[in-house]
Design a protein around this ligand. Structure first.
Ligand SMILES: [Ca+2]
Length: 136
């Protein structure tokens, strides 16, 4: 399935990667950003926010999220669409979600327990970057 690698970066903080068998890398970026700013950060590095098309990938993504942490993933609405405009239908909402609390929860964040929640896009969370790229 893949390997969880913890690699020291140039900035001397731990970086959390998961590389699956198709070469997709999921990386937890601990910098707090709004959903739009997180996507902008990814695009500048020619990557994207993580997309989760099935349960196995959901487990891989959540494996890099520290405990008690929520992180932005590349899903937003309406209708729910991935940030690369793809439409895969896998969902893993927590029981009460998506509830669009307050009428302005248009972006999805994943918890370390693997569950998804819709949240206000301008809340600042860490996020999961995904790419097919070569970190060395
Ligand atoms: Ca919600």
């Amino acid at each position: 399935m893949g390997t969880l690698l913890i690699v020291a970066s140039l900035h001397k903080r731990d970086r959390y990667f998961f590389t699956n068998h198709t070469g997709i890398i999921y990386e937890f970026i601990s910098t707090l950003k709004t959903w739009d700013s997180a996507l902008e950060y990814c695009r500048k590095q020619h990557t994207d926010l993580a997309m989760i098309e099935n349960s196995a990938k959901n487990t891989q993504v959540s494996s890099v999220i520290p405990a008690y942490t929520q992180a932005w993933i590349g899903l937003y609405r309406v209708p729910w669409t991935w940030s690369d405009m793809s439409q895969s239908t896998f969902r893993n909402w927590q029981r009460s979600s998506p509830n669009n609390y307050g009428g302005n929860q248009f972006c999805m964040a994943e918890s370390s327990q693997h569950y998804w929640d819709d949240d206000t896009c301008n809340v600042e969370f860490p996020f999961i970057l995904s790419c097919v790229c070569n970190y060395t």
